[in-house]
Design a protein around this ligand. Structure first.
Ligand SMILES: NC(=O)c1ccc[n+]([C@@H]2O[C@H](COP(=O)([O-])OP(=O)(O)OC[C@H]3O[C@@H](n4cnc5c(N)ncnc54)[C@H](OP(=O)(O)O)[C@@H]3O)[C@@H](O)[C@H]2O)c1
Length: 358
C-alpha cells in the first residue's frame, strides 16, 4: 500500500487553533491540490479527534474529479477510515453520513452504536502497521492520511509513510503552544524534501520511501516464475522467492526445492548463506506473504527474515486462510521491516495455487 500524509500548518507549525470554529489554513489553490490528491487515493484517514472537532465530510467536492473517478470504476468518493480507542464517535457525524465511499473504523472496543454506519475492525492494539495491513486485505491500495497530530505522529514514528505533503501558510500564526501542532520531531533528519510555492502557500514534499515499483515488479515476477517449478501438493502453497542483497547479488528458491519441509524463503536464504552473502538490509521478494506460524519447522519465514536483518519484504498475495491465519506482513511491519504488496500479480499467484481451492 502507498501511504501519503497530507497536512496544512500555520507558519508556527499549528494544525489548528483552539477557537470554537475550525481554523482555515489552506488557500483555495492549496485546497484544490489536496482535492486532487484525495481523488488519486483509495481511502482517506483521519483520527477520531479530527472527526469530533472538525466534523469533516472527507469527500471529493470537485465534480470533474468525481466523474473521472467514476469513469475509472473507482466510485466518486474514496473510502473513509478513522481510528478510536474509546469508540466515542457519533453516527450522525458527517464522516458517516456524507459521501458514497465505504466507511471503516478501527477500534479497540466493540462499536454497537455504529452498526450499519460503518465496517469496524476491532483489535487490542491499533498501529499504523495494522491499519495498512487490514486495509490492504480489504483491497485498498493507496491511503491519504490527513491528520490530526496524534495520527500523523503514529504513521511517522512507525515509518509507515511513503510521502508527506506539508502545506505551510506563511501569513498565519497561532502562537499557542497548547494548540495541536504538526509533529516535526517525528520526521527523520535528512529526509529528502522539495519545496515549491502554490497560491500563497509553501508546499514541502518529503519522500520517506522512494518509488521502487519498477525493480520490485521485475524481481517479484522472477519469484512468481520460480513458484511454477514447485510440485503442487495438498499440504503447502507453491511459492517462489528471490533475495536481493545490498551489494547486488540475487538468490532464488522455491517451496520444497531441496527438502520437503522447506519454504521458498528458506531455500533462497540457504543459498545466499552458502555463498557467503550478507543478508542484512536485503530485500526478499516472495510470491506469497511470508508465513508467521510453522508446524513442520521451528522457525517461521517471518522470523527468519527478522533474524537475518532483512530490510524489505515484497510480495504479491496475502496468504489465504487455508491452513492458519497468517500475520506475517503485520509482524514484519511491527518490527520495522518495510513491506510492499503488489496485488496486480495476485491473480497469477492464486492460479498457480489453484490446487488448494476449496
Ligand atoms: N491542518 C490540518 O491539516 C489538519 C488535518 C486534520 C486535523 N487537524 C486538526 O488536528 C486536531 C486533531 O488532532 P488530534 O491529535 O487531537 O486528534 P487526531 O489525531 O485526529 O485523533 C486522535 C484520536 O485518534 C484515536 N487514536 C489515535 N491513535 C490511536 C491508536 N493507536 N489506537 C486507537 N485509537 C487511536 C484516539 O481516539 P479516541 O479519543 O476516540 O480514543 C485519539 O484521541 C484538530 O484540531 C483538527 O482540526 C488539522
Amino acid at each position: 500500500m502507498k501511504i501519503h500524509l497530507s497536512a496544512a500548518t500555520t507558519a508556527d507549525g499549528a494544525l489548528d487553533d483552539r477557537s470554537a470554529g475550525r481554523l482555515r489554513i489552506s488557500t483555495d489553490a492549496d485546497w484544490a491540490a489536496v482535492q486532487r490528491l484525495r481523488a488519486q487515493c483509495d481511502a482517506i484517514l483521519v483520527g477520531a479527534g479530527t472527526v469530533r472537532r472538525d466534523n469533516p465530510r472527507l469527500v471529493i467536492a470537485d465534480t470533474v474529479l468525481r466523474t473521472e473517478r467514476s469513469k475509472e470504476g473507482r466510485g466518486p468518493d474514496p473510502a473513509k477510515v478513522t481510528v478510536t480507542r474509546t469508540g466515542c464517535l457519533d453516527p450522525a457525524s458527517r464522516f458517516f453520513t456524507c459521501g458514497e465511499g465505504r466507511k471503516i473504523v478501527f477500534s479497540e472496543t466493540a462499536l454497537p452504536h455504529l452498526e450499519g454506519a460503518a465496517e469496524t475492525v476491532v483489535a487490542e492494539r491499533i498501529t499504523a502497521a495494522r491499519i495498512a495491513t487490514e486495509l490492504e486485505k480489504r483491497g485498498i491500495g493507496s491511503l491519504l492520511v490527513e491528520g490530526g497530530a496524534e495520527i500523523l505522529r503514529m504513521f511517522l514514528a512507525e515509518g509507515m509513510a511513503h510521502t508527506l505533503r506539508l502545506a505551510v501558510n506563511p501569513a498565519l500564526r497561532v502562537a499557542d503552544a497548547a494548540a495541536p501542532h504538526f509533529p516535526f520531531d517525528a520526521i527523520r533528519t535528512g529526509t529528502p524534501c522539495r519545496t515549491e510555492r502554490l497560491g500563497g502557500m509553501e508546499v514541502r514534499r518529503y519522500t520517506f520511501r522512494p518509488d521502487r515499483s519498477e525493480e520490485d515488479l521485475r524481481l517479484l515476477r522472477e519469484a512468481v516464475e520460480l513458484s511454477r517449478r514447485c510440485t503442487p501438493c495438498r499440504s503447502s502453497y507453491c511459492v517462489g522467492a528471490v533475495i536481493a542483497t545490498r551489494d547486488g547479488r540475487r538468490f532464488g528458491g522455491y517451496t520444497h526445492e531441496t527438502s520437503p519441509t522447506h519454504h521458498a524463503e528458506q531455500e533462497a536464504a540457504a543459498k545466499a548463506l552458502a555463498a557467503g552473502a550478507d543478508l542484512r538490509g536485503a530485500t526478499i521478494y516472495s510470491s506469497m506473504e511470508p508465513c508467521s506460524t510453522r508446524s513442520s519447522e521451528p522457525e517461521s519465514c517471518s522470523e527468519l527474515i527478522l533474524r537475518h536483518g532483512m530490510a524489505r519484504v515484497v510480495f504479491a498475495l496475502y496468504e489465504p486462510d487455508c491452513f492458519v491465519s497468517c500475520r506475517g506482513a503485520l509482524d514484519l511491519r511491527e518490527h520495522g521491516v518495510e513491506v510492499e504488496v503488489y496485488p496486480e500479480l495476485g491473480d497469477e499467484v492464486r492460479a498457480i495455487n489453484g490446487h488448494l481451492k476449496g
